[in-house]
Write a protein that binds this ligand. Structure first.
Ligand code: BGC
Length: 740
């Protein structure tokens, strides 16, 4: 079988024939084996798995990255099993492998699909040297709750941004040709709605009305499926009463029947057996039944399938068709990966790990991901010529591991260049650089070292504070209820402020933090997320103006945790708050007059606006937007309108700007958000340069799922804004009329 398969090309018909031919030879045990994935991390492989492999009882392994062992496992599978079916070797390559890129939320702040694609490409090439041929990324769960630790793995709150970047990441992993060395299968996860867990508590329940599911949470997955993502992973969560791993509506109706997905679905880690813990099933057998019936093709790390599918088939509760469909989906991906032709990995045939290109990509990604939230009196950039001394303070200035962020199983901490080291090498001997860590870690409550920090700040020209969260505070099962700067960091800021020196905060974190208690205590804020291996040089370049900050927020920053969920594409409500109806008393308090005018959707104890809006991000340049116009006032269904604007760099330095286009559908049969991002573009402008920026908007681009759950565009008036954030004020409009 193997030999004849090796000579075949992989046109779709061909693949179907190859799968069918193989399937016809498979025993039931071999089929069920393909649906099984086991943990092969240390202590398990390979001897433990050898018998299963020889008997064809295992289709995939996870968490083994030793190329010798992986090759040996593949050899056993291919040479010693009856049908010689190679293995899928899975690993969480989430934001880099040895070379660590910024966390996905940081990459999202670049608003740059190209850099996300390149970063994934580097990660794929590095991971492939170990024999890994499948990654569990991108995570494209829309994330509107910064308490949720996994927001770090996401591309943030916006449907369009997440869709575009998710597709870019899939393209980066899977490459131009999936069967080429260095391409690995991607996995869009977690299907679906995981980001909506109640109160941001990981694994908790989600309740998402179908219109919202379809208009928000499912759309990035549809985009990934259309882009050819090979696999999808279910979510751990309960979705409207049916846990995702048993959710037939999602896995069969939407994914297969409506979207025509022909890759395969893997459960999350042990999530089939967890159906019992959810209270959906009584035992593993029933869990296997529910998951298989719903359309989970492969069980990740669990034996509910292996132990029960045959019996369920015997009893006539599931049909052989169900099993054949799952196996077909899995084998198809193995063929597309070219594994039947080549399952042996020769690392020498791939570029070296952490090569110059990999590090340059990590640096560029970090550079573009940093968001300058404020910069009073243009305190930044710092001038090497003018400064004599700099105080570097804080637990994250020189923390090579922490800057890498969550999910870095394979990240090489020795490659990390910290901000402290990067600043040293950038300024050389020209500036006296003093450093006090001040806190053992970000959560520390010990304040003894604060005096030393104050001392170096008081005797320096400027204080740069490296604050935030260490990596362990975000990621899976690392949600927080309080998202202020942890530990006594706010007190540290207050003490440094008292020196009267300019204070710059560089914040490294896995989520938006509530910065209300420090925002007025500092002159500038660079939000660097967890920037990865090359975070230090990127931050140093920005601090000293070698480059201008150009990141934009992919997620809204609340003032207080009680505002959550707060996101730019909210609905208007029947009583929207406005500056006319709500009186701001001070930074914290607001008041509405007790008249029907003042009764609006706001909290008494905070503004109704966020601290920093989605899309916000400052630059060392200034950008002027003028003359927004629509190419037509009216277009017919099926047509395109072009929205244009003139953008000028009115600053003194060359810089990138991310131009954003938002739309509101004023009246619809199902209420629509007050704004939705419908286009964005990162552009570089020289000082004084003006460019005309055009966005083509097709009537399909403003389609939504209405009352009948069909994707439709409704005629009517649409407002359009273009600007540098979701608060852009310059507006035009156009009307869509029904075609004659
Ligand atoms: C996570 C997945 C991940 C899997 C394998 C699970 O706990 O939810 O996102 O891919 O583990 O490591």
């Amino acid at each position: 079988m193997n030999a004849s398969m090796a000579n075949q090309s992989s046109a779709p018909d061909d693949i179907a024939e190859r799968v069918a031919a193989l399937l016809a030879q498979m025993t039931l045990a071999e089929k069920i084996g393909q649906m099984r994935q086991l943990n092969a991390s240390e202590g398990y492989a390979p001897h433990y798995l050898a018998d299963d492999l020889k008997a064809g009882r295992l289709g995939s392994v996870i968490n083994i990255v030793d190329v010798g062992t992986v090759n040996e496992l593949q050899r056993i599978a291919v040479e010693e099993s009856r049908l010689g079916i190679p293995l899928l070797v899975g690993r969480d390559v989430i934001h880099g492998f040895k070379t660590v890129m910024p966390i996905p939320l940081g990459q999202a702040a670049s608003w740059n699909p190209d850099i996300v694609r390149q970063a994934a490409r580097v990660a794929a090439l590095e991971a492939a040297t170990t024999g890994v041929n499948w990654t569990f990324a991108p995570m494209i769960d829309i994330s509107r709750d910064p308490r949720w630790g996994r927001i770090a793995e996401s591309f943030g709150e916006c449907v369009l941004l997440t869709s575009k970047l998710g597709v870019a990441m899939v393209e980066g992993f899977q490459g131009d040709q999936l069967s080429a060395a260095g391409s690995i299968a991607a996995c869009a996860k977690h299907f679906a709605g995981y980001g909506a867990v109640e109160s941001g508590r990981d694994y908790a329940t989600t309740n998402i009305p179908e219109t919202k599911l379809r208009n928000v949470y499912l759309r990035p997955f549809k985009a990934a499926v259309d882009a050819g993502v090979m696999t999808l992973m279910t979510s751990f969560s309960d979705v409207n009463g049916i846990p995702a791993s048993a959710n037939e509506f999602l896995l069969r109706q939407v994914l297969r029947d409506e979207w025509g997905f022909d890759g395969f679905v893997v459960s999350d880690w042990d999530s089939v057996r967890q159906l019992q813990i959810h209270g959906l099933t009584e035992n593993d057998k029933e869990s296997a039944f529910e998951a298989a019936r719903a359309g989970v093709d492969m069980e990740m790390q669990g034996d509910a399938y292996a132990n029960n599918l045959a019996e369920l088939l015997d009893e006539g509760r599931i049909s052989i068709d169900t099993i054949d469909r799952a196996v077909t989906n899995i084998i198809r991906v193995k063929i597309r990966l070219g594994l039947f032709e080549e399952s042996f990995t020769d690392p020498e045939k791939l570029p070296p790990i952490a090569n110059e290109h990999a590090l340059a990509t990590a640096r560029k990604a970090a550079l573009q991901s940093v968001v300058m939230l404020k910069n009073d009196r243009a305190v930044l950039p710092l001038s090497v010529d003018e400064l004599k001394s700099v105080a570097i303070i804080g637990p994250l200035a020189d923390a090579p591991y922490q800057q890498l962020g969550t999910w870095i199983f394979d990240g090489d901490v020795n490659l990390s260049i910290t901000p402290m080291h990067a600043i040293h090498s950038l300024v050389g001997h020209d500036i006296d650089v003093r450093y006090v860590r001040a806190m053992e870690n970000s959560r520390s409550r010990a304040t003894e070292a604060f005096d030393d920090a104050v001392e170096i700040a008081a005797s320096s020209d400027v204080a740069i504070l490296f604050l935030g969260e260490e990596s362990i505070l975000s990621g899976e099962a690392h949600s927080r209820a309080d998202i202020n700067l942890p530990g006594d960091q706010a007190e540290l800021v207050r003490r440094i402020r008292q020196t009267g020196k300019p204070v710059i905060a560089v914040i490294l974190a896995g989520r938006p933090l509530t910065l209300t208690n420090i925002v007025d205590q500092v002159d500038a804020i660079l939000y660097a997320w967890h920037p990865g291996t090359m975070g230090g040089p990127a931050i140093a370049d920005l601090l000293f103006g070698i480059e201008s900050p150009s990141g934009k927020l992919p997620v809204t920053f609340p003032r207080l945790v009680g505002q959550i969920p707060i996101y730019y594409s909210q609905k208007n409500s029947g009583k929207p708050p406005s500056h006319d109806t709500v009186v701001h008393i001070d930074d914290i308090h607001t008041r509405a007059p007790q008249t029907s005018l003042g009764m609006s959707a706001f909290h008494l104890d905070t503004h109704f606006t966020p601290l920093f809006a989605f899309g916000h991000g400052l630059s060392y340049a200034t950008f002027d937007y003028q003359n927004i116009r629509a190419s037509a006032q009216e277009i017919s269904m099926g047509d395109t309108v072009t929205i244009s604007v003139e953008l000028t760099n009115t600053g003194k330095v060359a810089a990138d700007e991310v131009v954003q286009l938002y739309v509101r559908d004023l009246v619809a049969s199902v209420t629509r958000p007050v704004r939705e991002l419908k286009g964005f573009r990162r552009l570089r402008l020289e000082p004084g340069q003006t460019v005309s920026v055009n966005f083509d908007l097709h009537t399909d681009d403003v389609a939504f799922y209405g009352r009948n759950m069909q994707l439709t565009t409704e005629p009517g008036v649409f407002h359009v804004w273009i600007g540098g954030s979701s608060e852009a004020q310059m507006r035009t409009e156009f009307r869509i009329v029904a075609s004659a």
